[in-house]
Design a protein around this ligand. Structure first.
Ligand code: AKG
Length: 320
């Protein structure tokens, strides 16, 4: 890819039918026995661009009850964010995870409405330089039965972004979750990242690449516990307004402090041409205990087949 400056509009306007080539790195790809295939390293031009990140200072948004956001608009310099989007879409392995939920006696089969993938391991373990997992305290190989899943180290392309994010947020992260929204039909429903395995007041750094999508936030309803049934009007929900942040390519939003325990967030389905071009979301988080590792691999890798971007077809396809 040339280093010529391009805007989001020019990227998405089909001025030519010729596909722009993704610049390749001369360095050996990242590999690990758990990877279905090696992941190329970032090209020098993307690495050079990342040296200028964050492009702007983060803006604090904390004017609502229990909300503490730091919004970089953008974090990734504009002239490399779409190259990074295309590189990651082409280079990573993705999964369409299926699972079952049980409500009472009713079981429902769910297919995650987007592609996902995950890398990392919780604080109790770490990857040794040879890629094996060791106990964080003793530095000895972990017992074979510590995990039901097979944790994977971050490839260089995501590790570079993790280190940058740590430096600019003052937080540490041991997990990287990636979502690929292939079209406006892909989504994530309202939820909060408030699992106990993330500890109290977790910091979650969330990057957007590719198509612009709305990020909606709303305060959780006040819990019944702790509220006396006096007929009082519920307070928090009445006082807090919901938020709509139109996340563009390169933007990063850090959710921190009391945000996850009190607010829900979502990416709703969306009609319109831009969403059809695809969007990647990358979140960095820190899981404290092994339950986090089991959970993230269950819901972001699962037990089905691997998928990969097919440049000729212009879509993510089952990978053989
Ligand atoms: O795609 C996004 O911006 C949000 C992703 C998200 O909420 C999640 O992975 O938990």
């Amino acid at each position: 890819m040339s280093s010529k400056k391009r805007t989001l509009d020019t990227f998405f306007t089909p001025t030519s039918t010729k596909k722009a080539k993704i610049e390749e790195s001369q360095e050996p790809p990242s590999n690990h026995p758990t990877y279905p295939f090696p992941v190329p390293q970032l090209s020098q031009s993307i690495l050079n661009g990342l040296e200028l990140a964050p492009e702007v200072k983060g803006k604090v948004i904390n004017d609502q009850p229990d909300l503490d956001l730091l919004y970089f608009q953008p974090y990734i310099p504009k002239d490399i964010s779409l190259d990074l989007f295309r590189f990651l879409r082409q280079s990573l392995f993705f999964y369409k995870v299926q699972y079952t939920i049980k409500r009472g006696s009713v079981e429902t089969n769910i297919t995650t409405p987007r592609y996902t993938t995950v890398f990392g391991v919780d604080e109790s373990s770490q990857f040794a330089p040879d890629g094996s997992l060791v106990d964080s305290a003793t530095k000895r190989p972990i017992p074979k039965d510590r995990y039901k899943c097979r944790p994977r180290p971050l490839p260089q392309c995501l590790e570079a972004l993790r280190m940058l994010t740590e430096a600019s947020t003052g937080e540490t992260y041991n997990f990287c979750l990636v979502n690929y929204y292939a079209s406006g039909n892909d989504s994530i429903s309202y939820h909060s990242d408030d699992e106990r395995f993330l500890g109290a007041n977790p910091a979650i750094a969330s990057f957007s690449l590719g198509a612009k999508r709305d990020f909606l936030m709303k305060h959780k309803p006040p819990s019944k516990a702790g509220h006396l049934n006096t007929g009082d009007v519920p307070t928090l929900q009445a006082e807090s307004k919901s938020l709509k942040l139109p996340l563009g390519s390169g933007d990063m939003i850090l959710m921190r402090g009391p945000t996850q325990s009190n607010w829900l967030h979502s990416i709703p389905k969306r009609k319109g041409a831009d969403a059809e071009k695809g969007r990647i979301n990358i979140t960095f988080r820190k899981a404290m205990v092994k339950a986090g590792t089991e959970n993230y691999y269950t819901y972001n890798v699962g037990s089905g087949g691997v998928s990969k971007w097919d440049e000729a077809k212009g879509e993510v396809m089952p990978w053989k």
